[in-house]
Design a protein around this ligand. Structure first.
Ligand code: AMP
Length: 398
């Protein structure tokens, strides 16, 4: 059984093809700079001798449909498939499923219309996801196509946790509420943790930390998300690469009045010029770590702020969950950054959390347990695999 996973952005399509019987990735690739004069298409796979093979094309790719045609040509050249149309299923990452979609869903015209209705909630992402979906259906009308929503795992959050204390009609009329994102990743690492700990996932209580350029945390009770740090949009919660996370909303009015900034300028500032980049001018955690070691004060401050925010969320989610079986780190920073993990978990012994600093002193290629023997809460590092999770969800549906 072969399942293709597509993650369509406004000018790119990332893809990965899985053998869904063995859960092995057969080939991955990216089509970039779609719509520009010079586009780039690349696939990567291992041949029968285990050698890494890369096939590339540099030609103008005018839209997502043309991108899929180039992808198909490269996959045929690789001899891994004869044509995209022979696949058993195609899974599409869709960022916003609103309140409508709480599960992976077979895509029909009706479903496309519903995803279109959600565009105001995700104006950058849902249109690009739809471009990929429509091109893929046009290309392979007979292959089952499934939408897997980033918000779906959080559909179990209770109303008292997803509502904002705003006039009620903003929820009824405009859909203003917490939706949460990175759901596929939080879900995947929750299930992996249950396997690793040999526990029934439906009995597992976890605090999940997806720390990448975008970052979010979730409180997971009995295997289900009951709270998460991102909100109506991915701007809320933790400090991120370029996003501010939680701030006093009055800062927006204040800056508008004092600096005369427009709504669009403030939107751009909070999403693209804030977070780690805003504080220290850099949003690459590796470089920030180096700068801090060299004595750069702003880099050091950015690191302190980053871990302090995480610690506050660990405290509040511990209170929300009561019993915590495990804390799970994932994402580019969570899987690799030893200092961030150490600082985020320091002085949490009263919460039953303590690290073994030697065990923490490694990067995770597979699930590792970095907690000390005394720690009541297991602290795990689990490499996330959102593409595999999408493929697994497609498989279970078709
Ligand atoms: P992601 O969005 O999950 O790809 O994560 C991107 C973030 O992970 C960036 O801030 C990177 O600097 C950070 N990152 C990736 N590799 C490492 C590493 N080896 N050590 C520390 N941070 C890393």
């Amino acid at each position: 059984m072969k399942i293709l996973v597509l993650n369509s952005g406004s000018s790119s399509i990332k893809f990965q093809l899985f053998d869904a019987n063995t859960n092995k990735s057969l080939v991955s690739g990216i089509i970039e700079q779609i719509g520009e004069r010079k586009s780039h298409a690349k696939i990567q796979f291992k041949d029968e001798n285990g050698q890494n093979i890369i096939l590339e094309k540099n030609i103008a790719i005018k839209d997502h449909k043309a991108g899929l045609e180039i992808m198909n040509a490269l996959l045929i050249e690789s001899k891994i498939i004869k044509d995209l149309c022979e696949l058993d299923g195609i899974g599409h990452r869709v960022v916003h499923g609103g309140e409508k979609f709480s599960k992976p869903t077979i895509i029909s015209n009706e479903v496309i219309k519903e995803i279109e209705k959600l565009i105001p909630l995700a104006p950058l992402h849902n249109p690009a996801n739809l471009d990929g979906i429509k091109s893929s259906i046009e290309h392979c009308p007979n292959v089952p196509q499934v939408a897997v929503f980033d918000t779906a795992f959080h559909s179990s959050i209770p109303k008292y946790a997803y509502m904002y204390a705003l006039p009620y009609e903003t929820y009824e009329k405009d859909g203003v509420r917490r939706y949460g994102f990175h759901g596929t990743s939080h879900h995947f690492i929750t299930k992996e943790a249950a396997k690793f700990l040999d526990m029934d996932v439906n009995k597992l209580n976890a605090i999940t930390l997806h720390l990448g350029n975008g970052a979010s945390m979730s409180a997971v009770k009995n295997g289900k998300s009951i709270d998460t740090s991102m909100g109506l949009t991915p701007l809320e919660g933790l400090i991120m690469g370029t996003r501010c996370g939680d701030i006093d909303p009055a800062i927006i009015f204040y800056l508008s009045r004092t600096e005369g900034l427009s709504i669009d300028e403030l939107d751009n500032m909070l999403n693209k010029k804030s977070g780690l980049k805003g504080v220290c001018g850099n949003n690459d955690m590796r470089e920030i770590g180096e700068l801090a070691k060299e004595g750069n004060k702003k880099a050091k401050l950015a690191l302190e702020m980053f871990s302090y925010r995480i610690k506050k969320y660990i405290g509040s989610y511990s209170a929300v969950l009561g019993r915590v079986d495990c804390l799970i780190f994932t994402g580019g920073i969570g899987e690799n950054d030893i200092e961030v993990r150490k600082n985020s978990c320091s002085n949490l012994e009263n919460f039953g959390i303590s690290l073994d600093l030697d065990k923490n002193n490694q990067r995770a290629k597979e699930t590792i347990d970095i907690s000390s023997n005394e720690s009541k809460v297991k602290v795990l590092v689990i490499p996330t695999n959102e593409e595999l999770e999408i493929a697994l969800q497609v498989k279970s549906l078709i």
